[in-house]
Design a protein around this ligand. Sequence first.
Ligand SMILES: NC(=O)c1ccc[n+]([C@@H]2O[C@H](COP(=O)([O-])OP(=O)(O)OC[C@H]3O[C@@H](n4cnc5c(N)ncnc54)[C@H](OP(=O)(O)O)[C@@H]3O)[C@@H](O)[C@H]2O)c1
Length: 316
Amino acid sequence: MTIRTVCLLGGSGFLGRHVAHRLSAAGIEVRIPTRNRELAKDTLITLPTSEVIAGDIHDTNFLRRALTGVDAVVNLVGVLHDGRGGFQRNHVDLPARVVSLCREAGVERLVHISALGAAPDAPSAYLRSKAQGEAAIRAAGPHGIHWTVFRPSVVFGNGDSFLSMFATFVRLFPVLPLGCANARFQPVFVEDVARVVAASLDCAASHGQTYDLCGPRVYTLRELVEYVGATVGKRPCVVPLSPGLANLQAFVLEHLPGRLMTRDNVLSMQVDNVSAAGFPAWFDGAPTPLESVAPGYLADQTSRTRLDRYRGLARR
Ligand SMILES: NC(=O)c1ccc[n+]([C@@H]2O[C@H](COP(=O)([O-])OP(=O)(O)OC[C@H]3O[C@@H](n4cnc5c(N)ncnc54)[C@H](OP(=O)(O)O)[C@@H]3O)[C@@H](O)[C@H]2O)c1
């Protein structure tokens, strides 16, 4: 079946916007539910084939309306912090409800974005909840729904939280106390993830498959921070923290506005965020190196874009 209409859950987020642009450029009609239509206004409402609808995707009737009549659903909804049961609601209950409503509405194609390292026995609640979400998606198979799960490592690109946050820090602070400095990551470019998600929709080879999505190179967290520093013209003095101090730092940060880091985030960094599996064989192209993209947007961050980032974190 050729996919002509897609409901993009989480389409207003960092990765979702890139997927929306890619699908719209391919002439696919994209329906994007969001809690805040105003925030989606600048980049999504102007897309030629997009329909942005305001509502709460945890409201079953709203979600049913959002899914009805589309050929495929892409679920990108995710939260990094567990305030008010957010992991259970967004990572576990929502995928299960999406599957059930896809069955009801006769939607046969479902693409789901999980996270690298998701596992039932992972150290962090974030990764365990993502594993439960994957299981809910796989349970759709016997009901005639063709599912695909993608598990990206940390995603970089214009508008990211991860590298941009460190760019802000190294500009502000000459000394950076860093927890989990030796944690390893394999950052993947947001456009590569968007391209592979878009390409998977019509790709029968991806049905019933789970793919890790990683960039070409592995870095420690310390290397990434030092790289970001060099890119924006700073040489921060990175002070690695012991596990106990990293936990204490996260405890303080999780109680500050913006919740830049939580103790659960620290736990998730206990397992390396890397994978030897390459991009899917059916994907046309190779993953983009960080060094060919990051300088362009990190060095270019104006005070306005930094302010926008803080607004995003504060959801204003
Ligand atoms: N970014 C990364 O480095 C990374 C790495 C690995 C995996 N992932 C996964 O990739 C997916 C997309 O990540 P992202 O970085 O693009 O996330 P993001 O920018 O934080 O966007 C999250 C999206 O989820 C929606 N959402 C969150 N909570 C919601 C709620 N309670 N009710 C309704 N909608 C809600 C938001 O919609 P509204 O606010 O508009 O309603 C937003 O569109 C997530 O599942 C994430 O776990 C991301």
